[in-house]
Design a protein around this ligand. Sequence first.
Ligand code: FAD
Length: 545
Amino acid sequence: MVAARESQAASGTVQNVDVAVVGAGFAGLYLLHRLRKAGLSAVGLEEAGDVGGTWYWNRYPGARCDIQTIDYSYTFDPELDKAWTWSEKYATQPEILRYLGFVADRYDLRRDIRFKTKVTEARWDENAERWQLTTDNGAAVSCRFYIMATGCLSAPKPPEIDGVKDFKGEIYFTGRWPHEGVNLAGKRVAVIGTGSSGIQSIPLIAEQAAHLTVFQRTPNFALPAHNGPSPADRRDLFQSDRAAYREQARQSMAGVPYPQETAVSWQLSDAERRERFERAWAAGDLVHILTQLWADQAVDVDGNRIVQDLIREKIRAAVRDPETAAALMPDDHPFGAKRPCLETNYYETYNRPNVTLVNLRQEPIKAITAGGITTAKRNVDVDVIVFATGFDAMTGAIRAVHPITGRGGKSLTDVWAQGPQSYLGLTVEGFPNFFMITGPGSPSVLSNMAVSIEQHVDWVVDRLKALREAGFTTIEPTGTAQAGWNRHMADCSMLTLHRLANTWYTGANVPGKVQGLMPYTGGVGPYRSICDEVTSRGMLGFRLA
Ligand code: FAD
């Protein structure tokens, strides 16, 4: 990459802009729109061939959102809100991708985006007070502000199993599914991984494949989506006062307008708890079941265990073979401490004669061979392997730009050697004019990300405007502010049960990754108030120059 940088510099092909935005998903698109309105010149740099981010890449069968689409939408423009109506409660990947394309067209955003262009290095030039970005395609970029809108779930995790290269059949990754689709009819298919992508795709793959073998390391809690038209109660609430509905989402804990539950589990009788649970189960809504059962479910192991037991009871009832049912029941983490999934026919799929579950806790994979997969107990011959093994979450895409070099030649990799450090999950000490959208240290993946993305983008663009108006050229957090934020992050994480699970929230799914809870657990509304307070107190914790 040094060669790429030198050749770009030598050929003089440098694009000068006020702001470089890396990524053209939900975040990058809104950034480009806001920056243009603020009168700042900007370029979007996107590795993919078009807009969409997550929804460009994840085209596997069954890919959908799991926050109701009525909530998983932009809210910045009431006219846009009215111009688009979702066809389902949980829209499919093609529909969400169409929506993002519609947004790009409506605000004419593509003209500012360089597609098929990956940012490979970023260097702060102290004298010029500008970032110099190296790309793998076309001109380098020189910008005053460098914003990574690179996504929390955009760097697929490479397989960690010996022998992948020896396999003679077809290999697919759910996070990089071929655009033309894949014909699995009549084939023997293996799916490795039972996180959200696995749980969404397995029922549909089972319908096509001659035989499907699912390799599961950790079972996940999955709840029925009960997909269909948007539920009347939510739709009516939304349509009765759209502005109030959106505002309630912004102030809520998870970015979805549900009230704060106050009754705790021990104040309710068994019958009342059962009634609440059955209602939540029938609602088919992740945020409902995570927040509306009883107030102690997310913070107290006993309150949480009641929910776990009720869900395990549902799994037991859905899966005919008791051994398979037992293997599918999570027993090593509190409900909600790892992201639960929404499912459609997932558990029932294991009742099909053409589906086998392999429990990797009892028989770990030893190797992938030319013809299939060998575990400690058997050889499974397959024609196709689907890796649904997830992402190097939250920091993967940021760290993949290497190096990112800040003040005094400091590299972000070194600064983050013991885990990500940030102020507000937005900025890093020693890296002036550098911003992350939904970075580690912000609510991000613990929220409806559409809401969190808009909050970050608005805050950043408003700050850039204010900076320019006040005649400042650089902004950077102080070490004290950053240390204080990291302390606050740690304190908040002790209040929830996330600390009790090894998950992609903590980096546990990536071998060698430093462990620690990466998202902020204090909630979307409180986080927004903190960001606003930082501004109202004269940019508390920032050094402006
Ligand atoms: P992304 O959409 O990930 O876009 C980032 C873009 O940056 C990508 O296109 C990538 O190619 C590009 N990029 C990265 N690095 C570089 C580089 N170095 N150079 C150039 N380009 C680069 N969230 C919810 O809130 N609700 C849901 O229901 C939900 N469902 C999901 C389902 C799936 C299958 C997945 C994977 C995620 C889901 N998410 C959901 C999370 C989702 O990622 C966010 O909601 C949102 O789409 C993120 O938008 P973004 O713009 O921040 O990032």
